[in-house]
Design a protein around this ligand. Structure first.
Ligand code: SER
Length: 642
């Protein structure tokens, strides 16, 4: 079955069950200024979930184009793409759990013929405080459906602790996994936002543990579970029972009330479902990529799937050009602002990764043509606008090729300039990197990627500071103010900034004093912290770091700013970037009580321009979501607060 056939089957199946088929909305949200792109099928449905009546009735089915800009750096593995289609079926106050789960099961098992033995389910375990009960109804219904197919399955109460016991296919999780709203967990939802418990479906791509993932990892002894991210299971769909609305009462206490109607919001990644039907966990092996992949293989003379770097580059191009084709098709041309910047970045990254394949002449047009051809029946605008799409790709590609050629030559010169700071750390001269970005228009992300490949480092904090200062100077002709790697001044970002200080100190405690900050980047959703260290962190080390940070959060320590001199800061033992000249006057931030680093009650003392929150108690729960290498001797942690 091809991807197009599976999409059609899904739409027709729900049509048979009295749903109206609607076309996908644009990738640019209409009437919604809060987000740049449509990133889920639910976004365009918001008014109807809240109670407005849909002109086509209470049962709707669609396949929605989605773009998730935040996943751009994740592309390259077997499952991440920036663009995807989300199959969606909707009940606006019509059917609810029973009908949804039964219809979905029958579709996946009877129509798509997925093996029910490879099928796993999660349900909401309930939360008394929120007044939302445990979803035993869904769990027991799924259990009955398994039984109808001759499979007696158990229900796991606490998979995160117990792992998966033999015969268990259904599991309960809390609101971090089995609650859906546009803003995530209940605590993050604003007043009036709809949400509800959900029931997710997973496909097991490795039932016999052929890849031996579990023998060598923390999931040994069968502690693996469907949400553990080991790679064995892939989520293929989410049944959201959108039944509640967040309210913040006059006394400020948050809670939930029932929406005027009980809704179903189902979302399932079309590409992932297709991968499950093929029983191959490499998403880039599904048919929609076939022609484009062939083209890259022909042009490069290299094969897909053998060499890691080549496969990575091919996946980036396959994803990025597909996404750019659809985005331009929806009217977004490459540019410097908002949505346009992402289209530019997608094309530029593709051109740069094509170099890894040895493709140095124009190719984006031909790749895009394969996609237009594959999708033209379903997405007619691609065909109608094909000349426009291909023209925009050509223009951006050829413009960037000139920049890329010049910039690559200049990058080699930067490498020849040698290093700054400790020679062993191989840190490129910050001023030279800055010039490459500002004078040659070379994207900073590209410089980072090239440096990483060569095992060289960039002092991002210094370079970003220079760029910020440069921007501020050209804007207002007055000096810019550096903000500790923050993308904005939002409250969440400030919290993440303080959490970054806690993390930095915790890493020194767990991994040793030699650990030093190499870079920091903060958004409202996560922190990213680069630091010097030679090895992959063990699970115990990560856990220990989390424990220390969470302990300091629970102690509600004061965060205090002190203005002092550079010398004095050094004398007090403050950590932070002393590499470049900060000038005579500096500010330091203390977390805890005391004067000098090392004082018993002073947890952290760091050179920093702020801003920070005033007490650690409001940070919430700190969790490391990723730890990986950035370049030789530099590791990167991504972490969240929730
Ligand atoms: N709204 C849910 C999601 O995006 C299901 O459609 O995952």
């Amino acid at each position: 079955m091809t991807t197009n056939e599976i999409r059609t089957k899904y739409l027709e199946y729900f049509k048979k069950h009295n749903h109206s088929i609607i076309a996908s909305s644009s990738l640019v949200p209409e009437n919604d200024a809060t987000t740049l792109f449509t990133g889920s099928g639910m976004q365009p449905m918001l008014p109807y979930l809240l109670g407005e009546s849909h002109p086509l009735g209470k049962r709707i089915v669609d396949s929605q184009k989605c773009f998730r800009a935040q996943d751009i750096d994740e592309v390259g593995d077997n499952r991440h793409t920036t663009f995807f289609e989300m199959l969606g079926n909707w009940s606006f106050g019509d059917y609810f759990k029973e009908e949804q789960i039964t219809m979905m099961w029958n579709f996946l098992i009877n129509e798509l013929k997925l093996d029910p033995n490879n099928f796993y389910i999660t349900c909401f375990k309930g939360n008394e405080e929120l007044g939302v009960p445990k979803d035993t109804f869904s769990a027991e219904l799924w259990q009955k459906l398994f039984l109808k197919n001759g499979i007696a399955v158990g229900i796991g109460e606490n998979p995160e602790l117990d792992g998966m016991k033999s015969g268990e296919h259904i599991f309960y999780y809390g609101e971090k996994k089995n609650w859906w709203s546009r803003s995530g967990v209940p605590a993050n939802m604003p007043d009036g936002e709809p949400g509800g418990p959900d029931s997710e479906m997973f496909y097991d791509f490795d039932p016999t543990d052929k890849k031996n993932i579990h023998k060598n990892s923390k999931y040994a002894e069968n502690k693996c579970h469907v949400n553990c991210d080991c790679g064995r299971f892939m989520e293929i769909g989410n049944n959201v029972f959108m039944q509640y609305k967040k309210t913040i009462a006059r006394d400020g206490i948050p809670g939930f009330v029932e929406l005027p109607q009980q809704n179903v919001d189902f979302g399932g990644g079309l590409e992932r479902i297709t991968a499950a039907v093929r029983n191959d966990d490499d998403m880039f092996n599904i048919d929609v990529f076939d022609e484009a992949k062939k083209l890259l293989i022909n042009k490069s003379g290299k094969s897909y799937g053998d060499d890691e770097k080549i496969t990575y580059a091919m996946r980036v191009i396959l994803d990025h050009i597909r996404a750019a084709t659809f985005l331009i098709g929806d009217g977004i041309v490459p540019g410097n602002k908002d949505q346009m910047y992402f289209v530019r970045r997608l094309i530029r990254r593709s051109v740069r990764f094509a170099r890894d394949l040895g493709i140095n002449e124009s190719f984006t047009r031909e790749v895009a043509e394969t996609y237009i051809n594959t999708y033209k029946n379903e997405y007619k605008n691609l065909d109608e606008k094909s000349e426009f799409i291909l023209g925009e790709l050509d223009r951006e590609e050829s413009k960037f090729r000139v920049t890329l050629d010049k910039g690559m030559k200049q990058f080699e010169r930067v490498v020849l300039f040698g290093y700054e700071g400790d020679f062993m750390e191989k840190t490129l001269v910050s001023q030279a990197v800055f010039d490459l970005v500002t004078t040659y228009g070379f994207p900073i992300e590209l410089v980072q990627e090239l440096a990483k490949e060569r095992g060289l480092n960039i002092n991002m904090q210094i370079v970003e500071m220079k760029i910020e200062e440069h921007k501020a100077l050209s804007r207002t002709a007055s000096a810019g103010k550096f903000k500790g790697g923050l993308g904005g001044d939002g409250e969440m970002e400030v919290k993440y900034h303080t959490a970054t200080h806690l993390l930095h100190q915790a890493l020194k405690i767990v991994l040793g004093e030699d650990v030093n900050q190499k870079g920091s980047n903060i958004t409202g959703e996560r922190l990213r912290f680069d630091f010097s260290y030679n090895e992959k962190m063990t699970d115990e080390q990560k856990k220990r770091v989390e424990e220390i940070v969470n302990e300091k959060i629970s102690q509600d320590l004061p965060v205090v700013r002190e203005d002092t001199t550079f010398e004095e800061a050094k004398n007090k033992g403050a950590i932070g970037l002393f590499g470049d000249k900060y000038g005579e006057k500096v500010s330091i931030y203390k977390i805890g009580e005391g004067e000098n680093r090392g004082d018993e009650k002073l947890f952290s003392l760091e050179l920093c321009g702020g801003p920070h929150i005033t007490n650690t108690g409001c940070l919430g729960e700190f969790k490391i979501i990723k730890e990986e290498a950035v370049s030789a001797g530099v590791r990167r942690i991504k972490a969240t607060l929730s």
